[in-house]
Design a protein around this ligand. Structure first.
Ligand code: ZN
Length: 452
């Protein structure tokens, strides 16, 4: 069955067009586009300014519970934040995680995200033994299904506590024990997901936690054994300490180490890439890799400002992720990407608004191996509509909304041609705030129970 979606105004490639009507096929893919039209009976009518929906290229859903809780004063650091994160990770069960992730994904959908790359490493029980039947991963798949967000579950290889360091107790549940065991579980997980979910909505990708957590012999085994079609993500050079440790252990930067093992390429997404050498930038650019910037997280954790424009100039593709979810707002991530560049360079206009939209939508979808969201034939009919006359946006040039709007201004979110959220409310699940409060309270109780 075909349906129609009519947009009062659509922002396409930096240009505003009026009366844009999309014919959408039964798979939710745009089949045809007309402009200067009126809506037809039965069309989904989107007022305001419609843009391609956002793709969240980096998420750890459970980190959402740390929002607004890690800012006590002088003792705060990346590493003290990580302690709080480990406490939450220790308390997760498949039931608690399904409820929490459903709420977090509902928040994402109301903010304008219609896909998410979930970087998932809490895949075993706290003692390191496996769950039967991929319980944790299926819980996340069902959470995405309930929230109506497209999920690429990046099952993560995590084998060591650092260079030449064993896993700490709190990290046991992140590990498969060896690269071979991780590759085997990943293969089986793909079969389970294919049997359970529509791959246009819920699918599996791969991730390596970092070069700290995946020793060199494992990198080699993974380079040889991983299906080349799978998206592969990895945290790279988020903190200077990682670079120092990597240089001391291997004589190479993390990017050089990945290059040595043939892991750089168009399917690779390097997450953060904050502290890079000029050679690292060139290697990532020459490889046509994606770099996932997470500006709200990088600011929150005092990581630093990554060289996004230099990476883009070198040939890398820039995507955006909300990572630890101190903020879930694709508009603020777009703005923070450009603002970081301005603050670091003393120059304005490093990324044009159209570049920011491409980073937050097309590049994030490509990094998940997904069809781009948008208006062109062959794209997923994943869209968001923004109020151009709100307190924040009134008077703005619609082509420059990336520098003015926030998720508060998102009036409608469409996934596969179907309305999923309206004015902050998830159509099936209601108010994400209520869901988040309930899920966070349950996880807090579990954390308290788990403490000695
Ligand atoms: Zn991360």
């Amino acid at each position: 069955m075909r349906t129609g979606v009519w947009c009062e105004r659509a922002l396409r490639n930096g240009q505003v067009e009026t009366g844009v009507r999309l014919s959408v096929d039964s798979a939710g893919i745009v089949a045809a586009v007309e402009t200067g039209t009126q809506p037809r009976p039965g069309d989904l009518v989107l007022d305001g300014v419609v843009v391609p929906a956002a793709s969240n290229a980096h998420s750890h859903a459970f980190h959402r519970v740390l929002r607004g809780r890690t800012h006590t004063g002088g003792a705060d650091s990346f590493w003290s934040w990580r302690q709080g994160m480990y406490q939450a990770a220790a308390a997760l069960t498949p039931e608690l995680y399904e409820e929490l992730a459903t709420a977090v994904y509902a928040e994402m959908v109301t903010a304008g995200y219609t896909s998410v790359a979930e970087f998932h490493y809490v895949h075993h029980r706290p003692d390191g033994s496996p769950y039967p039947g991929h319980a944790m991963e299926l819980a996340l798949g069902r959470a995405a299904q309930a929230a109506g967000i497209r999920l690429t579950l990046l099952d993560t290889c995590y084998l060591a506590g650092g260079f030449n360091e064993p896993l700490a107790d709190g990290q046991l549940r992140f590990s498969d024990g060896s690269a071979g065991a991780w590759l085997d579980r990943l293969k089986d997980l793909r079969h389970s997901f294919e049997a359970e979910f529509d791959p246009a909505y819920v699918s599996v990708g791969a991730a390596l936690h970092s070069v700290r957590a995946v020793p060199e012999d494992a990198l080699q085994a993974i380079a040889a054994g991983l299906d080349p079609d799978l998206p592969l993500h990895i945290h790279v050079s988020e903190q200077p300490a990682e670079n120092r440790d990597c240089l001391a252990a291997t004589g190479l930067t993390p990017v050089q180490l990945l290059h040595r093992h043939g892991l750089l390429g168009p399917r690779l997404a390097a997450v953060h890439a904050t502290h890079l050498t000029p050679e690292d930038i060139q290697l990532l650019g020459d490889a046509g890799a994606t770099v996932v910037m997470c500006p709200s997280t990088e600011a929150d954790l005092a990581d630093g400002i990554g060289p996004a424009a230099a990476l883009a100039d070198a040939g890398a593709r820039i995507a955006l992720g909300s990572d630890q979810h101190a903020i879930i707002d694709p508009w603020l991530e777009m703005r923070a990407l450009e603002h970081g560049e301005r603050l670091a360079s003393g120059t304005r206009g490093r990324f044009a608004p159209a570049d920011l939209h491409r980073a937050v939508s097309d590049a994030g979808a490509a990094a998940q191996g997904r069809r781009a969201p948008g208006f062109a034939p062959g794209t997923s009919c994943d869209l968001m509509s923004v109020d151009p006359a709100s307190t924040r946006t009134a008077g703005s040039d619609p082509a420059q909304l990336a520098l003015a709007a926030t998720a508060q201004d998102v009036t409608a979110v469409v996934v596969g041609g179907t309305l999923a959220a309206e004015r902050g409310r998830h159509l099936r699940l209601g108010d994400p705030g209520t869901l988040l409060a309930s899920a966070a309270a349950k996880l807090d109780a579990a954390v308290r129970e788990g403490q000695p």
